[in-house]
Design a binder for this molecule. Structure first.
Ligand code: SF4
Length: 100
């Protein structure tokens, strides 16, 4: 189930069921993403552009964002891309057409 963490300029959502636990978010911005805090995501702890950049690095799509400040929304891209990560999962980006 996807949970939403709303900030002033950006809203971040998280789906634990598809998280692959590689910690990219925790390394990407420890102030925004902190496991031993509730809520564990504080979208206002960084500039919205920085939050969006970290969310885009999430390899599973567990993290997504929605801009509330009028800036462009997340674009999954037309092409599906699969990028192997060192000792890790495959980073898959693109549109989910399984519901089309
Ligand atoms: S970056 Fe994405 S897949 Fe990795 S731990 Fe964070 S939410 Fe989970």
């Amino acid at each position: 189930m996807r949970k939403v963490y709303r900030g002033r300029d950006i809203e971040v959502s998280f789906d634990l069921d598809i998280c692959v636990h590689v910690g990219e978010c925790l390394r990407g911005h420890p102030g925004v993403f902190k496991l031993n805090r509730r809520p564990w995501i504080l979208a206002d702890e960084a500039d919205a552009d920085d939050v969006a950049e970290v969310v885009r690095r999430c390899p599973s799509g567990a993290l997504q964002y929605r801009r509330l400040d009028g800036k462009p929304q997340e674009d999954p891209g037309e092409q599906t891309q699969v990028t192997p990560m060192r000792d890790g999962p495959l980073l898959v980006t693109g549109q989910d057409r399984s519901h089309a």
